[in-house]
Design a protein around this ligand. Structure first.
Ligand code: C5P
Length: 226
């Protein structure tokens, strides 16, 4: 069954940990992104892990291969279970990231490649005239060849990627029917994303900004299970 990952996009660690605590009995995964990590550092990852949550550390590395490999090695010193790099960083960078993670042995975090951010609507990616969906599919094919464990893409690409590869697929831009899209452009409901084969669904604001985050998470889990 697909895993639900809550995106804990808070800068204040008290708000973040309070939200994580309220959700830790309901779901198994959370995501720490740039906002929380830049403010709070690796200790936060381990604190969430100790709470029983598997942590997806979403820092979307994009740099020269040596720098990304070193950053992955540093991330492997935390209890993070899943890390991201930008597929557009290219073959040498992606392969270096995977090799650095493998140095950590069997307990290593998975390395997923971000294809096209779900906030990009057609025609808004600098220098890219391709349709975001076609471009995401192309990047996923490369990520597969380069040996990444999975990719990050919108729910719209999930079915095609699952059909064409053995990659794990993680989809942000998930919005329960009737909820606000916020800054996301290529959104999909949890049920549709699961029907398309997504292995992990990332949901932030529809849970974290709900009056009752645990109830919002339970409703999404019910939709996933149905
Ligand atoms: O609040 P919302 O559900 O839009 O949060 C989505 C989360 O997923 C954010 O933390 C964002 O950084 C992340 N993300 C994304 N699109 C990607 C990769 C990650 O929205 N392609």
């Amino acid at each position: 069954m697909a895993e639900l990952i809550v995106a804990l996009d808070f800068s204040d660690p008290r708000d973040l940990l309070a939200c994580a605590r309220s959700l830790s009995g309901t779901l198994g995964w959370c995501k720490i992104g740039l906002e929380a990590f830049v403010k709070n550092g690796p200790g936060l990852v381990n604190e969430l892990d100790a709470m029983g949550l598997s942590v997806f550390l979403d820092l979307k590395f994009y740099d020269i291969p040596n720098t990304v490999a070193a950053a992955v090695r540093s991330a492997c010193k935390t209890r993070a279970r899943l890390l991201t790099v930008h597929t557009q960083g290219g073959e040498a960078m992606c392969r270096a990231a995977k090799a650095a993670a493998e140095e950590a042995g069997e307990e290593r975090p998975l390395i997923f490649g971000v294809t096209v951010l779900t906030s990009f609507a057609p025609g808004t990616m600098p220098g890219i005239t391709k349709d975001p969906q076609d471009f995401a599919m192309e990047l996923a094919g490369l990520a597969d060849t380069w040996g990444l464990d999975g990719v990050v893409c919108s729910g719209h690409e999930a079915a095609g990627i699952k059909k064409a590869s053995s990659l794990k697929v993680l989809c942000p831009g998930i919005r329960p029917a009737g909820s606000a899209a916020n800054d996301q452009a290529r959104v999909m409901t949890p049920a549709m994303a699961v029907a398309n084969g997504a292995d992990y669904l990332v949901v932030g604001r529809p849970i974290t900004r709900a009056a009752d985050p645990a109830a919002a998470a339970r409703a999404i889990l019910d939709e996933i299970r149905a």
